[in-house]
Every structure is written in structure tokens, then in C-alpha cells.
Design a protein around this ligand. Structure first.
Ligand SMILES: [Zn+2]
Length: 207
């Protein structure tokens, strides 16, 4: 099953132009089985997502894209997050202490918000976003090299803020996932693969 693991909804991501209805509409058209809303330094969307999933049956998992002092990290499975900026390592430790999972978002994107060489310094990251819909192919290739070298799980996601980007990249999981607990369990197994959408369907990215 394909899941877009990093997306921005406009209610709490002020730089997004996407409403959840539109995200899910496009996601279903492309063949995604679930979506993840990971707003910038916010998890406020959680309740709205739960109501939506109950009403429609379409799984919407809420995580966070947290801007640590060294760069953006996407996390799931945490109850709360720091309101001030803390170091990447402190944030990863906090995620682990709460039983959550996390991956480095667009580590080499040229916006100074990736972990870059800090990837070699931090301990405890689960995965690395090697396909990001808003990042250059060179930066994605470099991320894939680092993932291999550091032994991290690899993810793909759109990081969408506009309709054209919804689902352009995604992550393939071997199992069907319906709940956040199922998502966390699948994530921890690490059998996922990055994927991209082209010519009407998803393709697994071969590193
Ligand atoms: Zn993002």
C-alpha cells in the first residue's frame, strides 16, 4: 500500500494552499491508501483528522514536521512536542522516549532546513526521506547514498503545499495499514520503500 508520509494542510501550515478534502480527493485518484498530515511545528490537526477518518473511512495519520536547531525532522507517535526549538538529537530522544518514529525530511534540500552533515552526528533516526516531491534529483540521490551508508530506512513523500504536488512521491509498505498504531508498527519493521508517481501509477524507486 502506498502512503504519502509528509504533507501540509492549510489550517495549521500557513504556507499550504491545501484543504484535507482536496488532499484526499487527489490521493484517492492517484491510488494512495492513506495520507499523513505533518504540519510545521504543529499537531493541532489530530482531532480534525480523527473525525474525518471516522466519517469517511479514509486513514489520515497526523505527525509533525519539527524544525530542530539542525533542520526538519518528521515524527509520528508522539503525544506532545517542544514549543521552542531544541537540537535534533534532543528531539529524536524525545520521540524515542514516547515510542514514536522519525525520519529526516529532505536532508539536502537547498533551503537550509535539512540535517545535511548532521545526519552523521545524530543517533536514533529511523529513516531518511530520499524522495521528496519538492527537492532536486541531485539532493535526493545524495540522501539515498547517506541512507545506505548509515543504514537508515528510506521513505518517499510529496511534502505538498499545492494540489499539483499531492502524492507525487510516496512510501510503499508491504502491509495494509488502517490505524496509527498499525502505521507505527509497519514503520518500525522498516520494510518500506520510496516510490514516485508517473504515467498514472506508482513505481518503487530503485536506489
Ligand atoms: Zn514539509
Amino acid at each position: 500500500m502506498f502512503i504519502d508520509t509528509h504533507m501540509h494542510e492549510m489550517t495549521y501550515s500557513k504556507d499550504s494552499f491545501l484543504k484535507l478534502d482536496e488532499i484526499v480527493h487527489i490521493a484517492k485518484e492517484k491510488g494512495l491508501g492513506a495520507v499523513c498530515i505533518t504540519d510545521h511545528d504543529s499537531m493541532e490537526f489530530k482531532e480534525k483528522a480523527e473525525v474525518y477518518t471516522k466519517k469517511t473511512g479514509f486513514p489520515v495519520f497526523v505527525g509533525i514536521e519539527y524544525y530542530s536547531l539542525q533542520g526538519d525532522i518528521v515524527a509520528f507517535g508522539i503525544e506532545d512536542y517542544p514549543r521552542e526549538r531544541i537540537s535534533a538529537q534532543e528531539f529524536i530522544d524525545l520521540v524515542k522516549a514516547q515510542g514514536g518514529v522519525c525520519f529526516a525530511a529532505h536532508p539536502f534540500r537547498n533551503n537550509n532546513r535539512g540535517l545535511e552533515e548532521n545526519l552523521r552526528m545524530v543517533k536514533g533516526l529511523d529513516g531518511l526521506e530520499v524522495l521528496n516531491g519538492s527537492t532536486s534529483p541531485e539532493a535526493c540521490r545524495k540522501a539515498a547514498q547517506y541512507a545506505k551508508e548509515l543504514g537508515l530506512f528510506t521513505m518517499g513523500s510529496s511534502d505538498c503545499h499545492v494540489p499539483e504536488k499531492v502524492g507525487v512521491c510516496a512510501t510503499w509498505f508491504p502491509e495494509e495499514i488502517r490505524t496509527i498504531d498499525g502505521f507505527l508498527a509497519a514503520f518500525k519493521k522498516g520494510e518500506m520503500r520510496p516510490a514516485y508517481y508517473a504515467k498514472g501509477s506508482y513505481h518503487i524507486f530503485e536506489e
